[in-house]
Design a protein around this ligand. Structure first.
Ligand code: PLP
Length: 377
């Protein structure tokens, strides 16, 4: 099979599965328990935290484990706005965020917050200065993703965070880093970023584990109440096996992001060259997008119809974002692309384990699909 939907989720690697299985069998003690079994679990927890923190360029005490990227985004955004509610009822947000960000912002908007949505242009690019210009003394939160999950647009989040802080040092800066972690080198220490979300299942760890970076000293009201785990930020007994799995997953890329990126860039270039030979193919990802994501339309062929044709050839891609099953892509709609381009859009997403055989199989299947399927318009 040729799995090319790695922005939706990735396969758990053998090494990660083995580490989790071993932890489940041997390290079942509760990290909060006072006897030695608990202490051993706590030591393993802190070892994993230190390793993942190092891969993000932050201190171990700034990293909190959560259940997923969605939960990390919710804790960061709700917690930051609650702490700033006395003065910060304005939000600046990029216009192509993941639902776990934009649905929260919509709720604050409905509750009376002023929201500036900075929409992508028709090429899928965001005008960075529009984000910075919109920040003022009432802005409690500025939030923007590092890598867009649908078209792969890259935002210069370090520079943006610095510029936002120069305008208002009290504005919380949140970055959804779910599609960046493991794909780009990330160094959070010393940036203006206050919070940064990651998710395990995008980097060959299982679904159901995530983490949140919170800059030391950052002011946030924890939205969940419970025991004191994760310093009360994310109470609930830690999922130690999956946390160990996340650290194991990070071992596969930590410090090697540039080398792994070069491999994916070759696949990206081959795919784009191949697409040029297909009638009606038009790329929707911006020229400077991350190499891991290629969004394109095959004009005249409905996304779902082509997707299922590819599935019949054991080639797996997405018709947009997996979170929006069947619905028109939020990002392509925000770009104001013509309906014909949105209806025929496909997203291919690579991981470091993708191969040239995958690309060739996809291109052959697309060609056959075009020959076989009746044009839908
Ligand atoms: N943010 C982005 C950019 C994503 O792509 C995703 C998952 O698709 C998430 C957040 C949510 O992560 P999770 O599935 O771990 O909740």
């Amino acid at each position: 099979m040729h799995y090319l939907d790695n922005a939706a989720t990735t396969a758990v690697s053998k090494e990660v599965a083995a580490a989790i299985s071993s932890a489940m069998e041997t390290q079942f003690g509760n990290p909060s328990s006072l006897y030695s079994l608990g202490a051993e679990s706590e030591a393993a927890l802190e070892k994993a935290r230190a390793y993942i923190a190092a891969s993000l360029g932050c201190a171990a005490k700034e990293l909190y484990f959560t259940a997923c990227g969605t939960e990390s985004n919710n804790i960061a955004i709700q917690g930051a706005l609650e702490a700033r509610k006395a003065w910060g009822k304005k939000i600046v947000c990029s216009g192509f965020e993941h639902p776990s960000v934009y649905k929260q912002i919509e709720r604050f908007e409905a509750a009376g917050y002023e929201v500036v949505w900075v929409r992508p242009d028709i090429n899928g690019e965001i005008n960075h200065s529009e984000i910075v210009d919109a920040v003022d003394d009432k802005t409690g939160l500025a939030t923007f993703m590092q890598v867009n999950n649908e078209i792969g647009t890259l935002l210069p989040v370090m520079a943006l965070a610095k510029a936002v802080k120069e305008k208002n040092s009290r504005t919380a800066v949140h970055v959804d880093g779910v599609q960046a972690f493991g794909r780009l080198p990330v160094k959070l220490n010393g940036t203006g970023i206050d919070s940064f979300s990651i998710s395990g299942h995008k980097v060959h760890a299982p679904k159901g584990i995530g983490a949140l970076y919170l800059r030391s000293g950052f002011n946030l009201v924890p939205p969940f109440l419970g025991g004191g785990q994760e310093k009360g930020l994310r109470p609930g007994t830690e999922n130690l096996p999956y946390i160990i799995g996340l650290a194991k997953a990070a071992e596969a890329f930590a410090g090697k992001e540039e080398q792994l990126y070069a491999h994916v860039a070759v696949l990206n270039a081959a795919l784009k060259t191949g697409l040029q030979g297909l009638p009606g193919a038009v790329i929707n990802s911006p020229a400077g997008a991350i190499a891991h994501v290629v969004n394109f339309s095959l004009l005249g062929y409905k996304s779902e119809v082509m997707l299922h044709f590819l599935e019949g050839k054991k080639v797996y891609v997405s018709s947009g974002s997996a979170c929006s099953k069947g619905a028109a892509s939020h990002t392509l709609v925000a770009m104001a692309l013509p309906g014909a381009r949105i209806d025929s859009a496909l997203r291919v997403s690579f991981s470091a384990t993708s191969t040239m055989e995958d690309v060739n199989a996809l291109l052959a299947a697309l060609k056959e699909g075009q020959e076989t399927l009746a044009r839908t318009k």
